[in-house]
Write a protein that binds this ligand. Structure first.
Ligand SMILES: Nc1nc2c(ncn2[C@@H]2O[C@H](COP(=O)(O)OP(=O)(O)OP(=O)(O)O)[C@@H](O)[C@H]2O)c(=O)[nH]1
Ligand SMILES: [Mg+2]
Length: 333
């Protein structure tokens, strides 16, 4: 029976409208309007039924939300760190863009709780943003320990869903991370990271004044990570020579590449034994001068995040279903 928003109307009992409407009365309430059904209907983007009652803003996930994802499934956690403007966010934006335009080979997009976060990362590189040239919004300090989320599946196996949580440490925070043991020890994304991606900005590496501080900061940061991370020997580390087009476009390209090789040898000597793996990548996510982005290298790094065997095997049964203090939700802490 229809119900009316007018207190004096008896249509619910008699079926007769107070204002004489036979149909289409603007005061009628929908049959199912009650708070429970509203709550049920305000179901935000769900993937495979995860968070069926949860509303997601689409922005980057806070710790508690990331923890819930980890509680549901064995997502892999990646932390990207490096100096200001070294291209971290643009690299992540490029991942989103490649999934969006279907150019990602071997993997297909299967969902994300943070589509707005990806959109924000790409926004200043779109014509509609009104930017004169492609740019990327600076990552803010407040975004520490927030996460982008991606769910994908291998091209040939739709049932094998893989989840990634990716945190992008603001470059303005990087000097603090280099200098402060406490800061690093408190970084939840680092504590839980399976992969750490350390960005070395090729633009700085080609500058005789900036190249040494750039390397020294990365070295100091990795030393810091080694000392604060629980079981660093389980952490996969990737050193990315980012904005690589600054090297390939350089008039003395060979000399610049040789310098990068020296860095690679130095880092390998210092850290190869400390971490589960140490790899080096040359990436230009949004090169200048009409050069194409290094899409295949980006995709290889992405597959490395997903496919590298991790040494700690978690059994779902051991997970803490209602984590209060346990960020990892694996019941470890
Ligand atoms: N030439 C060139 N420029 C790039 C490349 N990738 C990113 N950029 C530009 O470099 C600038 C900085 O990139 P971001 O991705 O914001 O760097 P970030 O490391 O996230 O910086 P913070 O947020 O300050 O930590 C932006 O103007 C990008 O458009 C690249 O591969 N080549
Ligand atoms: Mg950034």
């Amino acid at each position: 029976m229809p119900r009316c928003s007018q207190p004096k109307c008896r249509i619910a009992e008699t079926g007769i409208c107070l204002d004489g409407h036979k149909q289409g009365c603007p005061n009628l309430l929908p049959d199912d309007l009650d708070t429970d059904s509203i709550a049920d209907n305000v179901v935000a983007p769900t993937i495979d039924g995860v968070f069926a009652q949860q509303f997601h803003t689409g922005e980057k996930l806070y710790l508690s939300e990331a923890s819930r994802v980890l509680n549901e499934r064995a997502a892999r956690v990646v932390l990207c760190a490096g100096s200001q403007r070294s291209g971290k966010t643009t690299f992540l934006a490029r991942l989103g863009e490649m999934f969006r335009d279907g150019s990602f080979s071997h993997y297909r997009f299967a969902g994300s709780f943070t589509l707005c976060g990806f959109e924000r990362a790409s926004w200043l590189a779109t014509i509609t943003s009104g930017a004169g040239r492609p740019d990327t919004r600076r990552t803010r300090r407040a975004e520490t320990d927030t996460f982008l989320h991606l769910r994908i599946h291998p091209e040939d196996d739709r049932d094998r869903k893989l989840d990634l949580l990716i945190s992008d440490l603001a470059g303005e925070t990087f000097p603090t991370a280099v200098a402060s043991r406490e800061f690093c020890a408190d970084l939840r994304a680092l504590a839980r990271a399976d992969h750490l991606v350390c960005f070395l900005d090729s633009a700085r590496l080609t500058d005789p004044v900036q190249r040494h501080p750039e390397c020294d900061n990365a070295l100091a940061f990795l030393q810091r990570v080694r000392s604060v991370k629980h079981q660093p020997e389980l952490l996969q580390v990737q050193v990315v020579f980012s904005r690589w087009d600054y090297i390939t476009r350089h008039p003395e390209r060979m000399a610049q590449e040789e310098f990068c090789d020296i860095i690679k040898t130095d880092f390998t000597t210092r850290f190869a034994e400390s971490f589960a793996g140490l790899g080096f990548w040359r990436i230009a996510a949004r090169p200048d001068g009409g050069l194409p982005p290094t899409n295949s290298e980006i995709q290889l790094l992405f597959s490395h995040w997903l496919e590298t065997p991790l040494y700690h095997v978690q059994t779902p049964a051991a997970r803490n279903r209602q984590p209060v203090r346990d960020f990892s939700a694996f019941g470890i802490v």
